[in-house]
Design a binder for this molecule. Structure first.
Ligand code: MG
Length: 169
């Protein structure tokens, strides 16, 4: 095995965290769609797909390093949001938590001098910077927009397209 039992266990837990994030994003997207904010709904449905991709990246890593895949129970995601601001603040807080989780995995990889894992986890470290930056931007736009959420939506779609272009994606 190219991975310690400790790291394999922590990564299995992270698979659950990423799937959990995906589920919460489906709830957030659904909240926006039910409020007829279809652009925001699309942003969060896309985000839900991204989180599933993250979970699968971790699954692939476990398989490639010869570890057992055992997905843990996923806690029920939050589904009640008081406002657009509340929903996006929940997303930002998720991303902050995920960043701590990724840092925790990196701590183990450093303790164990597991350079393969460090190289693999670096991708997630950069990804978290992008996710937090994206969610803070959306939250700031919503706060500034006040009651003018329809304008905020089109502006966010525009900004996200620019972010994707800047990343070369
Ligand atoms: Mg993620």
């Amino acid at each position: 095995m190219l991975i310690s039992e400790k790291l394999a266990k922590a990564i299995n837990q992270q698979v659950g965290n990423e799937f959990g994030a995906s589920l919460e994003y489906v709830n957030i997207a659904s909240y926006f769609e039910s409020e007829d904010m279809l652009h925001f709904a699309q942003v969060f449905f896309d985000q839900a797909d991204e989180e599933r991709d993250h979970a699968m990246k971790f699954v692939r890593y476990l398989l490639e390093t010869g570890a057992k895949v055992a997905i843990p129970a996923i806690p029920e995601p939050r589904s009640d949001y008081a406002s657009a601001e509340d929903a996006v603040a929940a997303a930002l807080s998720w991303e902050e938590t995920v960043t701590e989780q990724i840092n925790g995995l990196m701590d183990i990889a450093h303790e164990e001098k597991d350079y393969i894992a460090q190289d693999f986890l670096n991708w997630f470290v950069t990804e978290q910077l992008e996710e937090i930056s994206k969610m803070s931007t959306i939250l700031n736009i919503i706060r500034r927009a006040g009651d003018n959420l329809l304008l905020a939506e089109t502006y966010v779609v525009d900004i996200l397209a620019q972010m994707v272009a800047a990343e070369g994606g």
